[in-house]
Design a protein around this ligand. Sequence first.
Ligand SMILES: NC(=O)c1ccc[n+]([C@@H]2O[C@H](COP(=O)([O-])OP(=O)(O)OC[C@H]3O[C@@H](n4cnc5c(N)ncnc54)[C@H](O)[C@@H]3O)[C@@H](O)[C@H]2O)c1
Length: 465
Amino acid sequence: MKVTVVGTGYVGLVSGACLADMGNDVLCLDLDALKIATLQAGGLPIHEPGLLSVVARNVDAGRLDFTTDVARAVAHGTIQFVAVGTPPDEDGSADLKHVLAAARSIGRLMKDYKVVVDKSTVPVGTADRVRQAIREELEARGASLDFAVVSNPEFLKEGAAVEDFMRPERIIVGADDERAVYLMKALYAPFQRSHEKLMVMDVRSAELTKYAANAMLATRISFMNELALLAERLGADIEQVRQGIGSDPRIGFGFLYAGCGYGGSCFPKDVKALLRTAHEAGAPLGVLGAVQAANERQKRVLIDKITRRFGQDLAGRRFALWGLAFKPDTDDMREAPSRVIVAELLARGAEVCAYDPVAMGEARRAFGEAQRLSYAGKAIDAVQGADALIIATEWKEFRSPDFDALRAALRQPVIFDGRNLFAPAVPACAGIEYHAIGRLSAPARLAPEPPAASRRRAVPTEPIV
Ligand SMILES: NC(=O)c1ccc[n+]([C@@H]2O[C@H](COP(=O)([O-])OP(=O)(O)OC[C@H]3O[C@@H](n4cnc5c(N)ncnc54)[C@H](O)[C@@H]3O)[C@@H](O)[C@H]2O)c1
């Protein structure tokens, strides 16, 4: 099938590459000439595990191409995926200017039947607005062409995006046009050979489903984060509570990790947009408002712990920061807790030396030329001479560090762990004062020395978002 993907970002590039991998002829459009040039030169503009090889083999096979030529992109695909960004507008609602611009281009340039698929996360009612925009463009040039608008929200997770797209848990198609449903079923058939995963529903329900899913996951995280603060006050351990409740199949273990707040390009903006939608519809979502407020507080939780330990004025202090990306296996720093942490530490006069396996280029773009902010090439180098180590992302390489080497490198042996990577006794027994989320702080105690193997053992964790 001939497919065009408008918007070649995290979602558009992964969708385009995976659709090409199933034999489709895919053309990805982006207005960002640098992004397209990078892809045409065989590079990737983002870090996403496994993506490079899928892109490369489909480019080599002639099934995947990239362009900035809008007319060529509109002419190419019967199916036109719209996967452009929908950032928050000033009032929190999703800004639809890119979605509607893409729709207008399609309406202005199409010459035959098109299925326009909203893959971007868009508020309920957007398909109607997309339909209207295309209709207006067709009328403006006196053209009478058939088209359908379909909602097909994307549920992939950055860091596991290729796997998620190739083996989806569900495929939601909101449509009221039989021909469009037939084409969508044909397009997705190769992704669901073991059993049917595609659910056809009305367009508005499909649009709401995406927001409902992200809002539910954000709610679980914020609930656990609030519970973690309570656990600290009560002398309980949130990790033990998590295991205790997660074992109930009605609750399950997913998205129950307390931490230093959720970030990324989706949860914060989608929660905000759904709150706005609910407010405008006269059906406010009180629970979700609390979820958002709790997350804002939680992004500061490590700063609160640090200032309680070192005082409000951090001038002359040096901190190592492990993890800049909003979660492991991505270089995406949109709304990452690390941004709040770095900004606060610098504002209080501290020096920060950061390390992240893949997000340091992104961090340099995000923070610019900030004084007192530097980057280390290795995790242990960031720690040299620091007053404390702060952990903001649960990258695998942070989960079982050499605590003796850490203690030797730190000026003061203190860890603030925003991802609860270790059993508190483990760093404590290595002589490191350990502050985590929802667990009692463990003072350093050097004796009795545990066997080296148990000292280095870390509790297993899963990605937060
Ligand atoms: N990133 C995720 O994990 C994820 C997951 C599910 C859904 N989504 C949703 O998918 C959408 C895209 O997210 P993303 O993270 O891929 O965004 P992104 O910012 O990585 O990519 C969007 C791309 O669209 C391009 N673009 C904007 N207007 C354009 C136009 N008129 N024509 C062509 N290209 C245009 C931009 O240059 C950019 O490269 C958003 O609505 C997001 O909420 C994202």
